[in-house]
Design a protein around this ligand. Sequence first.
Ligand SMILES: [Zn+2]
Ligand SMILES: [Zn+2]
Length: 251
Amino acid sequence: MIIDTHCHLFYDELKNDLPGVIERAEESGVNRFICVGTNMEDSRECLALGETHENIYASAGVHPHDAKDVPKDYVDQIHDLMTFDSMVAVGEMGLDYFRNISEPEIQRKVFREQMQIASQLHKPVIFHNRDADEDVLRILSEFPDVIGVAHCFSSNLETAKAFIDLGFYISFSGNLTFKNSHLPDVAKELPLDKLLVETDSPYLSPVPHRSKSNEPGRTRYVAEKLAEIHDVSLEVIAEKTTANATALFCL
Ligand SMILES: [Zn+2]
Ligand SMILES: [Zn+2]
């Protein structure tokens, strides 16, 4: 069994064929999914999926791209959403200085406010980090009681180790399989009991499906790549990453 710890099932590409998406995932050995919200509307869609599918879990949060558009009462809205059983994490939150779709200052404010929610509710967080290692590390350090996952990890080894030192897991997506990626060298140095796998679908389709829309079943390619990097069987990776996700998200 493999868990896709980060997918966005509310996008049309996936939503319009959800039974097919789930069936193909199960054929690939991927049978649990965390549907991750990026704003209040889609966090509600994640909740609806989580409450109606036994193998789908949900998270509620605001992506850094969406930070500029948060409704005034979004903190209260997240608190309300988090009261449901299928809600396992706050996020995705974080910083994206690569695209800076929201002003960096607004990104940091909304990130901190969500870390505060996680701290109050004793829930793990799912964070996004692009070109913002230093500021992400600073903000995570301000909330020493909060743990979670560095989703779609793409930074260097030093940053991975710093996240792990703060109690976080490192999640790899399809970009681990891309040609000339530095990520296999990073993944090789990290302990298996700190790793998770994900697709970030419908984004980031792994080799050999690079140009197509991604779907959760392709978590298997990420797990296979990790197995190759660590020179262990796919079963070992599946077992370890599933145990890690189960522990972190209390599944
Ligand atoms: Zn992300
Ligand atoms: Zn995402």
